[in-house]
Each structure stands twice: as structure tokens, then as C-alpha cells.
Design a protein around this ligand. Structure first.
Ligand code: ATP
Length: 444
């Protein structure tokens, strides 16, 4: 059968483009085709009759080939596409797909082994390059996706932050709008009286600490100026001084104004709102007309002063803040405490460091200085030239008892400047009369 087969094979062998070999059962090469000799630069005389492993000076002694021929093939009659990678001396590295088949004789004994060697080096390299490109591109895409997701997350976080900042700015803007509406004075505190000097001494003494300050005194004496001076000498001076007029807000709004509210906390609360305590975090909160604070809010205020904690209306989450408090009142709070209108514990908490503004009538030596200051300021504003303050005018100013204090003096002087058609100041008010009139009504 071997002879017959070999004859057929030898004739057919040359027509195969794929390298082929025929081995005997001892793995010696009986024949190889032209394609084999060409592909592997081998010669017929060095090939035929040689043990396959000795071929090309032992270059075919390839462990994978051995495994195929000695271990795998005895178990399988035929094997396809068994991949072997090997570097030959002359032709260099090759990737081969081996297809092997055992051919038996009539007695079921192996007579021949047909070994086809497909050189897939080029296509395999191409495939591997492609796989490489695909892998690299996949990694690139995964990284790009991760980067995009990271950037998206950052953008979302930034957007969230912007939303919070925007809200904060809106709150502050709303607050500052109110501030601008209120006339306030950044000029120096005018005066040289001992009473005023003592106040300024106390301001300097306490400004740098975070101690709560209670500013007492009649209306118009300059309590707000004192509060501003404390704030501007304090370590919090770069933050705003946040004001709350406890008398100006309707009682149902004070709580939300102080502590803020969530959207829907009450009818009309169509958006959440930051309270003054939150806005004043790390800054100073000036609570004036504190004597007007409703009793039910006094306990909440006490808690913020003690622990720095409160809850927004409609939210049970506790907010913690660091706020320095300056309170002011023109009421006699001790009397209010006695009458049960002001909580004693709150009064003690607020009255840690009291500063009392003396009324203007008790520091008359400040009147000429204040008069000069205000005449200049008002004349400039109204485009007038007031050069002389007659003695009788100054005497009237000095002798009046000023129940409305500096604010009243400012108003009287404004009316006087308007009333003066020459560089001489003419009072528009009869201070003597208004004094007597007020005294008669018992308002002094
Ligand atoms: N020493 C001062 N020098 C200059 N201006 C002063 C002085 N004291 C008070 N004023 C002015 O008088 C006006 C009233 O002052 P301020 O509002 O501080 O008083 P207040 O005691 O807080 O009054 P109220 O209790 O009625 O709120 C303001 O225009 C303020 O600038």
C-alpha cells in the first residue's frame, strides 16, 4: 500500500501549494513537496530518509512538534491547525499551522504520516497587529470613557457648587439690597467727650474677642456706629456685618429671617431661604431693637448663642454656625425681664459685656463737633455754602435736651441748612419751644 500511495502522492504532491511531508512510522521523512523545500530552504538530498527532528541540523527538533507527533497524534488519527511557533536559522521566525494525518495499512497498523505545514506567519502577524491595535484602542476608549465620566462628575460637582454659591449670592444680594436702603454711616464716630471716649475705650477692649456685646442707650445715640466699630476692629472685619432689626420684621417672619426656611415650610415659602444666622457664619450679627424680639423666639436665640445651633423652618437638620453677636436696645431690658417680657437667661447671655452710649445732652461738648461735621456734609449734599453758625444758634443747640440724640440733631441741622438762604445758619425749628412742648407732654 505504501508504494501505491507514494506513487499517487508523488504525482499529486507537486500540485499542492502548501508544504507537505510524508513520514514513516519512525518519523523519518520519506518525501516532501516543492512547496516545502521552497518555504523552508531545504534540499531534497538532505531531507529524504532523515529523522524529522534532525532535519536542517536539528532545527526541526521543536518540542511542540514532538508533542504533536509523539503524544497527540497516537491518540487522534487526524489533527488540524495545531499552532507551532519557531525561529529557524535561515528563514527566521515562523508561525505554522500543522495538519497531521495517520494513514493505516490493511492490518490497521500505521504506515505513513502525512504532515501539512501551513505558513501563517504573515496572516498571524497581521491578525496579532490587528488584535494589538484593537486592544490598544479598547484601552484608549476605556480610559477616554473614564476621563469623560470623571470630567462629567467634576462638571456636575462644579454645577452643584455653583448652584449653592449662586443661592448664597442671591441671599447675600437680597440682604445687601436691604442694607443699602438703610442709611448707614461709615465715617468716624464724632466727639471728644469723656463719655464717648470711654465708649471707644470699651470698643477697643472687646473688639478682638468673640464676646457677645450688648449696646445700650437711648434712640439715636449711635449704637449702630458702635456695633460697626466693634466689627471693624475685630478679626471678622473682612466679612459683612449682618444686621437684623427685630422691631421692623412682622413677628411671623422674624423666625424665618433669623433661622431661614425650606421651600414649602409655610404658605408662600416658594423657595428655600437662608437665615441671617447662616449668612453671618464666621461673621458678626447685629441684632438691634433686641427688646422687641417675641418671647417664643427668645429661647431659640438663647440656644444659638449658647451652642451655635439651630434648625431651619421646615427642616429638622441642625445647622451649626460660628457667629459673633452684638445686640442693641434702647429699652430698659432689666425692667422688661422683671415684667416677664424678656427672658432672664437670655438677658444674662447677652449682657456679657455691656456698652452704654451716653445721651447727647450728657456730652454737650460733642455738639459743636457734630454740628460742624453735619453742616459740612449736608451743605455739600445740597450744594449750599454755610460758613457761619451764629452764637445764638449754637447756644440753642447746646441747651436743647435732644431726646432723639444725634439722629435728631442731624435732622434739625438738615432742616436748618435747607432754611438758610445765606452763608449764615438759620434754624428752622424752635428748639426751645419743642423742648417745652415735649417736657409738658412728659416725653423727656
Ligand atoms: N458720634 C457720632 N458721630 C457721628 N454720627 C453719629 C454719632 N452718633 C450717632 N450718629 C448718627 O446718628 C444717627 C443715628 O445713629 P445710630 O443709628 O447708630 O443710633 P442708634 O442708637 O442705633 O439708634 P436706634 O436705637 O434708634 O436704632 C446715624 O445717622 C449716625 O450716623
Amino acid at each position: 500500500m505504501q508504494k501505491n500511495f507514494l506513487n499517487i502522492f508523488t504525482n499529486a504532491l507537486s500540485s499542492f501549494r502548501e508544504p507537505l511531508m510524508v513520514l514513516d512510522p519512525d518519523l523519518k521523512i520519506i518525501k516532501a513537496n516543492q512547496a516545502f523545500y521552497m518555504t523552508f530552504c531545504a534540499k531534497q538530498e538532505d531531507t529524504e530518509g532523515v529523522l524529522i527532528y534532525d532535519l536542517g541540523n536539528g532545527q526541526w527538533n521543536i518540542p511542540r512538534l514532538k508533542e504533536l507527533l509523539e503524544n497527540i497524534l497516537p491518540e487522534n488519527t487526524m489533527l488540524n491547525d495545531f499552532e507551532v511557533e519557531h525561529s529557524f536559522d535561515v528563514i527566521g521566525p515562523k508561525i505554522m499551522h500543522l495538519n497531521a494525518r495517520r494513514i493505516y495499512n490493511d492490518f490497521k497498523k500505521v504506515e505513513l504520516i502525512l504532515l501539512a505545514i501551513e505558513d501563517v506567519t504573515k496572516s498571524e502577524h497581521y491578525k496579532r497587529d490587528l488584535e494589538d491595535i484593537v486592544e490598544k484602542r479598547t484601552i484608549q476608549l476605556v480610559l477616554e470613557k473614564q476621563k469623560t465620566e470623571h470630567e462629567k462628575r467634576l462638571a456636575e460637582e462644579a454645577l452643584e457648587e455653583i448652584k449653592v454659591l449662586k443661592k448664597q449670592l442671591e441671599d447675600e444680594r437680597a440682604y445687601l439690597k436691604d442694607e443699602i436702603k438703610l442709611e448707614h454711616n461709615h465715617e468716624n464716630i464724632i466727639g471728644q467727650s469723656d463719655g464717648l471716649k470711654y465708649v471707644l475705650f470699651k470698643v477697643e477692649q472687646i473688639a478682638e474677642s468673640d464676646t457677645t456685646v450688648m449696646v445700650l442707650g437711648e434712640t439715636g445715640t449711635g449704637k449702630e456706629l458702635v456695633a460697626r466699630a466693634i466689627h471693624s476692629f475685630s478679626n471678622r472685619k473682612n466679612q459683612a456685618l449682618i444686621k437684623v432689626n427685630c422691631a421692623a420684621l412682622p413677628s411671623n417672619l422674624i423666625e424665618s429671617e433669623l433661622f431661614g426656611h425650606e421651600k414649602g415650610a409655610f404658605t408662600g415659602a416658594d423657595r428655600s431661604h437662608k437665615g441671617r444666622f447662616e449668612i453671618a457664619d464666621n461673621a458678626t450679627l447685629f441684632l438691634y431693637e433686641i427688646g422687641e424680639l417675641p418671647l417664643e423666639l427668645q429661647s431659640k436665640l438663647l440656644r444659638v448663642i449658647q451652642d451655635g445651633e439651630f434648625e431651619r423652618l421646615g427642616n429638622s437638620r441642625t445647622t451649626k454656625v460660628d457667629v459673633r453677636i452684638i445686640a442693641a436696645t434702647n429699652r430698659n431690658l432689666e425692667e422688661e425681664v422683671e415684667k416677664g417680657r424678656f427672658r432672664r437667661d437670655l438677658w444674662y447671655r447677652l449682657n456679657v459685656f455691656p456698652i452704654t452710649m451716653p445721651p447727647l445732652r450728657e456730652r454737650k461738648e460733642d455738639i459743636p463737633l457734630l454740628t460742624d461735621f453735619y453742616i459740612n456734609k449736608i451743605s455739600r449734599r445740597l450744594g449750599k455754602q454755610i460758613k457761619v453758625i451764629p452764637k445764638n444758634v449754637m447756644n440753642a443747640l447746646l441747651n436743647y435736651h435732644w431726646p432723639g440724640n444725634v439722629r435728631e440733631l442731624e435732622n434739625v441741622l438738615e432742616r436748618a441748612v435747607i432754611n438758610s438762604s445765606s452763608p449764615k445758619l438759620h434754624l428752622a425749628d424752635d428748639l426751645d419751644k419743642s423742648y417745652k412742648h415735649l417736657s409738658k407732654d412728659g416725653c423727656n
